[in-house]
Design a protein around this ligand. Structure first.
Ligand SMILES: [Zn+2]
Length: 323
């Protein structure tokens, strides 16, 4: 038997057929922007799924479930996508339209969830963490994630729980795109780290850093250049990293204090350089958590997940029905 996962991203809509061992046996994608309206997009998703089933010679009766990861807030009762900023969706009757487009045989097997929840489900199931309570935190341009409590994904009333990135850690901080100030992701995302680094090398003392000789604008600065500087012993870069880890640890401590997961995983591009900071991060978190004197505490580790984030999105979507 097979499951089908559809991952709606800002650039591509990727779909895959997933087998019993959580491997993608066939994968296809289309451009998100090719669809001009929500109805067009739902029609295109249905066509993509049918096309995939045709290529893989998978008949409807061989499909256990079809799951769609949507980047937005969802209403499970009405099957509507309430709001998806990147897709321009507002109050779209997503599930009913997709069921109609896919036809009667598949209609009862269709599920949807927020894309971050889907990724967390994929990571939790395929990573086999032996954890009842589990948090996945993804550090990219922003910070997102998912929470599993007692083996079930915590969806919240509109499927948008676990928006870790928009927890304030600095009340007088920078303006965030969500309308508040000093959100976690403004400081602790990959973008946040680059902002801290740029600020540091723009100061008089920062001129001594090898970073100032390598980049002349904020746009030229990236994670690779930054971590290379840390690796070669650049003092300014090391100070920036320490400041960044302070922000990152504050957010992680908040999350651990609230959920007390058995395991908290970190994923995202920035974890490629984790050998430079994971031990220090764990140390900062261990000092700060409320239950620091307990013998058992949350284990922080790198996500074991499939390195391709698109694949974990597809596999997670395919497994939504399980959680
Ligand atoms: Zn925010």
């Amino acid at each position: 038997m097979f499951r089908i996962g559809v991952d709606i991203g800002g650039t591509n809509i990727a779909a895959g057929i997933v087998d019993e061992s959580y491997r993608i046996v066939e994968k296809k994608s289309i451009k998100t922007k090719d669809a001009k309206t929500p109805s067009e997009m739902i029609g295109a998703i249905a066509e993509l799924v049918k096309d995939l089933m045709g290529t893989a010679q998978v008949k409807p009766e061989m499909v256990t479930a079809i799951g769609v990861g949507v980047p937005g807030t969802l209403d499970p009762e009405s099957g509507k996508v309430l709001y998806a900023n990147n897709l321009g969706f507002e109050d779209v009757p997503f599930l009913s339209e997709l069921k109609k487009a896919l036809g009667d045989i598949l209609a009862d097997k269709i599920y949807f969830d927020n894309d971050a929840n889907a990724a967390a489900i994929g990571e939790y199931i395929t990573g086999d963490y032996h954890a009842k309570n589990f948090v996945m935190m993804t550090i990219g341009t922003g910070i997102g994630g998912g929470v599993i409590i007692n083996g079930r994904v915590l969806r919240g009333c509109n499927y948008a729980a676990a928006e870790f990135g928009h927890m304030t850690i600095n009340f007088d901080g920078v303006d965030c795109n969500c309308g508040r100030k000093g959100c976690f992701e403004d400081y602790a995302s990959a973008e946040g780290l680059m902002n801290l680094a740029w600020e540091a090398i723009s100061s008089p003392e920062g001129k001594k850093s090898m970073l100032s000789s390598r980049v002349s604008s904020r746009e030229e600065l990236d994670g690779e250049i930054f971590f290379e500087a840390v690796r070669s012993g650049d003092k300014v870069a090391a100070q920036v990293l320490e400041q960044y880890l302070f922000y990152l640890s504050e957010g992680i401590i908040n999350i651990i204090n609230i959920f007390q997961p058995d395991v908290l995983t970190l994923s995202g591009g920035i974890t490629k350089a984790a050998d430079l900071y994971l031990d220090r991060l764990k140390e900062l978190v261990a000092k700060g958590i409320y239950s620091r004197n307990s013998s058992k505490n949350t284990e922080i580790m790198l996500s074991k997940g499939i390195s391709d984030s698109g694949d974990i999105g597809i596999i997670g979507a395919a497994l939504i029905y399980k959680m």
